[in-house]
Design a binder for this molecule. Structure first.
Ligand code: SF4
Ligand code: SF4
Length: 337
């Protein structure tokens, strides 16, 4: 397994890391088992966040007594320094540790710099030894580019999968040129991509550390398999990638949920990408009475525009929802998929 060095942090780990967002949805016992199995299988880097409800506590429990064997990154969505310190203390307590390997400003709307209270707090947390390296996560390419240009952060976390644009790829390369670690979130593009071999083969061509969101042992096994059976790009995988890019490129919903809650309770993060999900996962799962009712809520959209102000990808959500509903209704009426 290729290793990745996260720029000037000096952290070097196998290019196969654990994203701990999904473990919010399973019991503590199952999460601890999953995390320990990930460690036993070779994973060394674990990424969590204050915003992922009890994910930090589960990671803390899994690695109690072996803190020095793993790298742990967490994040804060604080918008002022008081909340920053409150979050950092909570993260350290939950993770049962006195330091974080990387602490990241979560989903930054802009590049915070010298003089901004959040950036000053980050620097101070490093000075105090509570944080070893400072990082930031962003979803907008322009913000991410500003961050790299600023030279102020040691790592950048950004969505990166084989649906990446040339601009995304240039971003990863500029991180390397600036000796900055690149952590790739959404390597499966929010569940749209389902060929782990193609995802891993694509990632292996870059200096990027993927943090795969993992909830089940079967998912973990797929990723652990690459420790023994290293994968590289083949003609067959290239064909998979080309086909998916043809089908999926453009304006698509990543399922992140940042746009929610919706004023009229539409489940935007699923309904705005129903057309893709229904064609990529067993379609019957999306045709249940539950999902039919959820989709019909789209008719209640009042065009308040609130969701659009929150979407990091600047999608025209009401239009996208209506497009998905039209397609969904046609499928219910017997359209071939
Ligand atoms: S514009 Fe429509 S989908 Fe968006 S928050 Fe308002 S009601 Fe919900
Ligand atoms: S519409 Fe935008 S914010 Fe909402 S789930 Fe999709 S990508 Fe995320």
């Amino acid at each position: 397994m290729k290793t990745v060095r996260l720029g000037r942090t000096g952290i070097e780990v196998p290019q196969n890391a654990f994203g701990a967002l999904p473990i919010q949805r399973i019991s503590t016992e199952d999460a601890v088992k999953l995390l320990r199995n990930a460690y036993e299988g070779g994973m060394r880097f674990f990424d969590t966040a204050r915003a992922y409800s009890d994910s930090e506590e589960k990671v803390g429990k899994a690695f109690e007594g072996m803190r020095d064997k793993v790298f742990i990154a967490s994040k804060t969505m604080a918008s002022d320094s008081a909340k920053f310190w409150e979050d950092l203390d909570a993260s350290l307590r939950n993770l049962k540790t006195d330091y974080l390997d990387i602490y990241q400003l979560h989903c930054a709307p802009r590049c915070y710099g010298e003089g901004d209270e959040l950036y000053e707090a980050l620097k101070e947390s490093k000075r105090q030894g509570k944080v070893r390296h400072i990082g930031i996560t962003a979803h907008k390419i322009g913000v991410a580019e500003d961050i790299v240009r600023s030279g102020l952060y040691e790592t950048l976390q950004f969505p990166f999968s084989y649906l990446a644009t040339d601009r995304d790829i240039a971003l990863v390369k500029s991180c390397k040129e600036n000796d900055m670690g690149f952590i790739a979130m959404k390597g499966l593009s929010g569940g749209l991509l389902n060929n782990s071999r193609a995802c891993m083969a694509f990632m292996s061509r870059f200096d990027a550390l993927p943090i795969w969101g993992i909830q089940r042992q079967s998912e973990l096994d797929e990723w652990l398999n690459f420790f023994e059976n290293e994968i590289s790009m083949t003609e067959e995988l290239k064909a998979v990638i080309d086909k998916d890019r043809e089908e999926l490129l453009g304006e698509f919903c990543r399922g992140c949920g940042y746009c929610m809650p919706c004023t009229v309770e539409i489940t935007i993060n699923q309904c705005a990408r129903m057309s893709q999900m229904i064609r990529r996962a067993p379609s019957k799962n999306w045709l249940t009475e539950h999902w039919q009712n959820e989709m019909l809520k789209i008719d209640n959209c009042v065009d308040c525009g609130l969701c659009k102000t929150r979407c990091p990808y600047e999608l025209d959500i009401p239009t996208l929802l209506r497009k998905n509903l039209k397609d969904y209704k046609e499928i219910l009426d017997g359209k071939e998929i």
